[in-house]
Design a protein around this ligand. Structure first.
Ligand code: COA
Length: 259
């Protein structure tokens, strides 16, 4: 990024980029500028070879992200709403979903509407015990617009997804864990260190293999008829990588691989 973002804190340490949505007075709600800045940050981090993974969280202890900015879209026409949904999905949510390095959402409070959609676009979700999650759009007379109707059923199944979407209920972290919406629930004070531990394990693995695995999983979910073929191709391509040479050599020499 050329200039300092208005709504983000960005820190890069030990191969991890810590992205914090920093709009706590509005519970980190996603307005157009927040989305534009996040898209730019992701583009920069994808190209940064020092960065091997991302932890995405919200500023303050109350909210991860409390949704799309309701005030901003209150006067939108349906054309403007379509554009909002399209650019949010394509420039941010899809970008996170297909990001070639691991992305973990550290859900530190409310993750509602677009906030939960943002967390669902990440590869893994770790929630604090205080986190509360939901897709309350139907109480505003709208539906989720950043991929929620597609990604929630992938994580919790159709029945629970429709229950959450049709009731608009906000659920506790422990229910999110039981339903498969989040991978782990930990005390607030252990949220970031838990994400760091997961990433540290991944950094010991092959990053080219991780990128190929993310891609194969995603293609299988987005275009199911292509999933197995993509896996075969990616499996074959992996045999041409230096990481394959190193991984197999390390196994045979009974040492740790140095990727
Ligand atoms: N869009 C815009 N502003 C939001 C927001 C959103 N999605 N969520 C919270 N805010 C703002 C509030 O308007 C308030 O701003 P103000 O101080 O200028 O009035 C500030 O953030 C604090 O929120 P507040 O509602 O006072 O906090 P609370 O603790 O009473 O309630 C929530 C917290 C999360 C339950 C409540 O803010 C809420 O329901 N937010 C909307 C959630 C939602 O429907 N999201 C989906 C949008 S599609």
């Amino acid at each position: 990024m050329k200039k300092t973002p208005t709504y983000f804190l960005l820190d890069i340490k030990n191969n991890t980029a810590y992205i914090t949505v920093n709009r706590p007075d509005k519970l980190n709600a996603l307005n157009t500028l927040v989305l534009k800045e996040l898209s730019e940050i992701l583009t920069t981090l994808e190209a940064n070879e020092d960065v091997r993974g991302i932890i995405l969280t919200g500023a303050g202890d109350k909210a991860f992200v409390a949704g799309a900015d309701i005030k901003e879209f209150q006067e939108f026409s349906s054309d403007e709403a379509w554009q909002l949904s399209k650019s949010g999905q394509e420039e941010v949510m899809d970008n996170l979903y297909t990001f070639p390095k691991p992305v973990i959402a550290a859900i530190n409070g409310f993750a509602l509407g677009g906030g939960l959609e943002l967390a669902m676009a990440c590869h893994i979700r770790v929630a604090s015990e205080e986190a509360k999650m939901g897709l309350p759009e139907v109480s505003l007379g709208i539906i989720p617009g950043y991929g929620g109707t597609q990604r929630l059923p992938q994580l919790v199944g159709r029945g629970k997804a429709l229950e959450m979407i049709m009731t608009g209920d906000i659920i506790e972290a422990k229910d999110g864990l039981q339903w498969g919406l989040v991978n782990h629930v930990v005390p607030q004070g252990e949220l970031i260190s838990t994400c760091e531990r997961l990433l540290e394990k991944m950094y010991q693995r092959s990053s080219s293999a991780i990128a190929a695995a993310i891609r194969a999983v995603n293609i299988g979910l987005m275009e199911p008829e292509r999933g197995y073929e993509e896996e075969m191709d990616a499996f074959a391509n992996a045999f041409d990588t230096p990481d394959f040479q190193e991984g197999v050599a390390a196994f045979l020499e009974k040492r740790k691989p140095n990727f």
